[in-house]
Write a protein that binds this ligand. Structure first.
Ligand SMILES: [Zn+2]
Length: 301
């Protein structure tokens, strides 16, 4: 069975079409419209474009940043104007058939477990360190999904108190409405917060990474300590065979050895190393993972 995946981001909507062997047979990209109704229409258009590439009906998966509240059916999204709308239902209605709606980080986790750096491993934890932080856990090729859909919202775990106290860091408000989430120190924006707290100047992750031996050595060291402790927490919860790292910060030179060392140091002596690797799928993981989620749902039906 072939499948269709649509990656719905804040700036672009990308549809990918896969054949029975998961080879990509088509790709189509349009800019994301600014308002809700046009976004729904553009996703439906992308789905129709993709369906026309295939000889028979195929399951459609949509990966997007954000969540659908399972109680209300309403969306909660930071980078799309869809909060408070029955987003998945509206898209399904516009397409005229069922769709599988999946958080983009969960889609990436599935893609890495099935097609990427997690291939051949039983328990794959995917961590996306981007502007925000998200991820997903896949066991035996199945995404761990519960009643709330929040499994994988790793960024909103509390930051490690001992590192906060040791460096006199402020407890920062998070976009989620809580205080002191790990995302407020460890994400792309978080590392800027950290620089501001430690040096008085707000500098980008890129500048900190470039100057980590000199100008920003302390910011880099504290960031590694926070991110390493966070990785160890995730490993303690799931004991993963592999952790695949994605997102903008994963592009920093030498990030895997630096975080492996920090995470292993945060863990129990002699039980390391924390099995951290770079994700392989890159930008395509969202659509591919969403397509795979829809394909799995169709198999199970
Ligand atoms: Zn939060």
């Amino acid at each position: 069975m072939s499948a269709i995946g649509i990656d719905l981001g804040g700036t672009k909507i990308e549809a990918q079409v896969f054949d029975d062997d998961w080879a990509e047979v088509g790709r189509h990209r349009v800019p994301t419209p600014k308002d809700y109704e046009n976004i729904v229409a553009a996703v439906a258009d992308a789905a129709r474009w993709a369906a026309a590439k295939l000889p028979e009906a195929a399951p459609i998966g949509i990966g997007a940043a954000g969540l659908i509240n399972p109680n209300s059916g309403l969306a909660l999204t930071a980078n799309l104007p869809a909060t408070g709308h029955p987003f998945a239902a509206d898209i399904a209605q516009a397409i005229g058939g069922p769709v599988t709606f999946i958080n983009d980080c969960r889609a990436l986790a599935l893609s890495e477990a099935q097609f990427g750096a997690g291939r051949g491993h039983r328990c794959v934890l995917a961590l996306v360190l981007g502007t925000g932080i998200g991820g997903g856990i896949v066991v035996d090729k199945k995404l761990l999904q519960g009643p709330t859909g929040l499994g994988g919202e790793f960024g909103h775990i509390a930051a490690p108190a001992h590192v906060i106290a040791e460096h006199g860091l402020p407890i920062l408000p998070c976009g989620c409405g809580k205080l002191g989430c790990v995302e407020t120190y460890v994400s792309g924006l978080g590392i800027e917060n950290l620089a501001e707290a430690l040096t008085g100047t707000r500098v980008s992750a890129r500048q900190i990474a470039a100057g980590r031996d000199e100008a920003y050595a302390r910011v880099w060291r504290v960031w590694c300590a926070l991110a390493g402790d966070f990785l160890n927490t995730l490993a303690m919860v799931t004991d993963p065979d592999v952790i695949t790292l994605a997102g903008g910060l994963s592009q920093i030179d030498g990030i895997v050895p630096a975080l492996t060392e920090a995470a292993t140091a945060a863990g129990f002596d002699g039980f390391g190393p924390i099995p951290l690797v770079l994700a392989e799928g890159g930008d395509s993981s969202g659509a591919r993972g969403a397509a795979f989620a829809a394909w799995q749902e169709a198999q199970d039906a």
